[in-house]
Write a new protein. Structure first.
Length: 329
């Protein structure tokens, strides 16, 4: 048996099967909430997703069989990927497409993507390399040096994402960073200070750093009854759609649903409100099954981190799994 087949058979197939099954289910759900739309780009959305799915699956298998030690033996590859992420964020600032108040999408020919996703992954990769290679820095000042070095890596992409402004991606970035600090052996007392400082900054950011529509989003999330005919309209319609699915749901691509009747915005129903569409079609049973599948994927990632050697190989899955879990939530 050659090396390629040995690596292919030795990979974690549970992780692969769950991830691919969820991705295929996602394509079906996007189709079910967009096929009735009049806009051509919405009707084509599920086909585009298939193209990205094929690319993602190929990338998954390639990265699974490649010897990562060759690429991560020194700082060159993580640093180049990090600089590429920063470069795309800078390009987005000048040439990006504004969608719902945030200039977060970059178009390169026929390809349209969010550079923030690449920036988050590359930042985690570079931080993992840094922490893995500074684990012997003990004592007060060396630990402060590790934390400040991490801060210097985190600040540029985080600020570039914040000024888009894409608050969601900024928030997605925080839990995996804390997870990385934890597995990177930053002493718990320092982590506690970081958390306290972060919590102390929240009221300042909420009152002075957020725009009006961002504060309204947080308010309607906490209190859906706030302004039901205005700012809270979409979240209430989403709750109605979820409730109308009942126990078994109305069925795949069922007619006369909240989604098809246009009670939720057609331009973002396949993204921000896809769970409402899933709930209405597949009901409580479908929701529980979907959440269980995501939980299984998350636990598999954490298990990989737990049994991996305590070096860069063991540190990468942990923040990646936490970032994935927050994105899904």
């Amino acid at each position: 048996m050659n090396l390629f087949l040995r690596k292919l058979l030795g990979m974690n197939w549970l992780l692969a099967i769950i991830a691919i099954a969820l991705a295929i289910f996602g394509v079906l759900c996007i189709y079910s909430v967009t096929f009735m739309r009049e806009e051509a780009y919405l009707q084509e959305m599920w086909r585009r997703q298939i193209v990205w799915l094929v690319i993602a699956v190929l990338g998954f298998f390639v990265t699974s069989i490649v010897n990562y030690r060759i690429w991560l033996s020194n700082v060159v590859f993580p640093l180049l990927l990090y600089l590429a992420g920063l470069g795309f964020l800078v390009l987005t600032h000048f040439f990006g497409r504004t969608t719902y108040g945030a200039k977060s999408w970059l178009e390169l020919g026929p390809i349209s993507f969010q550079p923030a996703q690449l920036a988050i992954i590359s930042t985690l990769l570079l931080l993992s390399w840094l922490l893995a290679n500074t684990g012997n820095w003990q004592g007060f000042w060396p630990t402060i040096g590790r934390i400040m070095s991490c801060a210097a890596i985190i600040a540029p992409p985080w600020l570039l994402i914040l000024i888009q402004p894409d608050l969601g991606e900024c928030l997605v970035m925080l839990p995996p960073l804390l997870a990385l600090f934890f597995v990177g052996r930053i002493p718990k007392r320092y982590l506690l200070v970081i958390i306290i400082l972060a919590v102390a900054v929240v009221p300042v950011v909420a009152n002075f750093g957020l725009k009006t529509y961002q504060r309204e989003r947080l308010t309607t999330f906490i209190d859906p009854d706030y302004d039901p005919q205005g700012a809270s309209w979409t979240i209430n319609q989403a709750l109605i759609a979820i409730g109308s699915g009942g126990f078994n749901g109305k069925g795949f691509a069922a007619p006369n649903t909240q989604i098809q009747l246009g009670f939720l915005p057609s331009t973002i129903v396949h993204t921000d409100f896809i769970f409402a569409g899933i709930s209405e079609q597949f009901g409580f049973v479908g929701d529980v099954t979907l959440i269980a599948a995501y939980a299984a994927l998350l636990l598999t990632g954490l298990l990989i981190a737990a049994i991996a050697p305590m070096n860069l190989a063991g540190w990468l899955p942990s923040p990646s799994s936490r970032s994935f879990s927050l994105t899904c939530s």
